[in-house]
Design a binder for this molecule. Structure first.
Ligand code: FEO
Length: 163
């Protein structure tokens, strides 16, 4: 049986992962508006991945005899200054999620909740990948600069994700 403080912390993080899905979906809508269909599709796949992350918390809470409480989501930002600005925001968001996961690991360790600490290890590893993929795209966009041909090539490349 999971302790109440950890149950609350995991419910809060379930919401943070749901918010991640909402944020990436908002970025997808913004990119659709710019007609970058491939990059918009990449963001949409990312939103589904975030939903799956949230559901891992949903399922774990139930497995441990805890309760799920779905907290209210904030309205995500809807516009960015550029595709690069959107990916910089995505990268910053992933770094903030990594900090939250690490804080949860610290809490689980302090409370000697080994099952939760073990569950969270999947997310520790996942966050390394999440940060790397966002950072890689930021670097590619920075290298592209104002070259329209290169950004349409990237749009085509990123559109292959999940297909
Ligand atoms: Fe679920 Fe992108 O962290």
């Amino acid at each position: 049986m999971i302790g109440k403080p950890m149950e609350q912390a995991l419910n809060k993080h379930l919401k943070d992962e749901m918010y991640s899905a909402y944020l990436y979906l908002s970025m997808s809508a913004y990119l659709e508006g710019l007609n970058f269909k491939g990059i918009a599709s990449w963001m949409r796949v990312q939103a589904l991945e975030e939903y799956a992350h949230a559901m891992k918390f949903f399922d774990f809470l139930h497995e441990r005899g805890g309760s799920v409480t779905l907290l209210a989501l904030e309205q995500p930002q809807a516009q960015w200054a550029s595709v690069l600005a959107a990916f910089k925001a995505a990268y910053a968001h992933e770094r903030s999620i990594t900090k939250k996961i690490h804080a949860l690991v610290d809490k689980a360790t302090a409370e000697k909740d080994h099952a939760t600490a073990n569950f969270l290890q999947w997310f520790v590893k996942e966050q390394v990948e999440e940060e790397t993929s966002a950072e890689t795209i930021v670097k590619r966009l920075e290298a592209i600069g104002d070259s329209p041909g290169a950004i349409y090539y990237l749009d085509h490349e990123l559109g292959k994700r999940g297909k």
